[in-house]
Design a protein around this ligand. Structure first.
Ligand code: C5P
Length: 219
């Protein structure tokens, strides 16, 4: 297998309240991006790593940098266009610094013969309720059946041709997607769930950053 990894690191991270781009914020003694790159480099099946960065910021040594776009999907597309070969294609958010080589290997292995994509996911532990759409004083409209619910993470692994077609869908479809796998779902593709630890969470808020910092320092 000659897989290629795309790491999207071009977001501004406004919810984190950091002075610079989120992926370059220090966490556990190194930038969040460096933790992900090290995990990817430890997986021999991955032959090339492309990082989508904000304009003017260099990608880490041993990776190829490409400037990302205004939306996450633009950054994924820019990074994909930079890789001429490599199949399957793995996409990872730099905002998940707790990813491990074991998680990456498990998701790569999840792309079996019948699947178009395989994605890291954790079973939902909380009871999930949906509100009635009111903003001022939200009220519960219904309780979802937790048994079949998963919280979706990255890495997400795709057959190259499938990801290319997924990202080539009309602008409004691509812009509305909150992850790449959902673009495969809209085409009727088969997406395998690979159960991964909840510890592979996304750093969004200052509280997430403090927790990730503690966990990474213990490694
Ligand atoms: O903002 P959010 O946390 O959903 O971003 C997920 C990932 O996508 C982050 O790693 C971020 O750097 C990346 N991203 C990007 N280009 C954008 C927006 C987000 O590479 N325009």
């Amino acid at each position: 297998m000659s897989a290629v990894a795309l790491v999207v690191a071009a977001g501004r991270g406004e919810r984190l309240g950091s002075s610079g781009p989120k992926a370059f914020v220090m966490c556990g003694g190194r930038s969040m991006l460096e933790w992900s790159i090290d995990a990817l480099k430890a997986v021999p099946e991955i032959v090339h790593i492309v990082v989508a960065t904000p304009p003017g910021i260099e990608a880490p040594a041993g990776t190829t940098g490409v400037f990302g776009g205004d939306e996450r999907s633009h950054s994924v597309r820019a990074a994909l266009h930079h890789t001429l070969a490599g199949d399957p294609v793995l996409v990872h958010d730099a905002a998940r610094p707790l990813v491990t080589p074991e998680i990456i290997r498990a998701v790569l292995a999840g792309l079996d013969g019948e699947a178009d994509a395989a994605i890291a996911a954790a079973r939902v532990a909380d009871t999930i309720k949906q509100d009635d759409g009111g903003d001022a004083a939200p009220t519960v409209a219904r309780t979802l059946d937790r048994a079949g619910l998963w919280a979706i993470q990255t890495p997400q692994v795709f057959r190259r041709e499938v990801l290319e077609r997924a990202l080539a869908q009309p602008h409004e479809v691509v812009a509305a997607a909150t992850d790449d796998a959902s673009l495969v779902e809209t085409m009727g593709g088969t997406v395998r769930l690979v159960e991964c630890p909840r510890e592979n969470f996304k750093v969004t808020t200052p509280e997430d950053l403090r927790l990730a910092d503690l966990l990474l320092r213990r490694r």
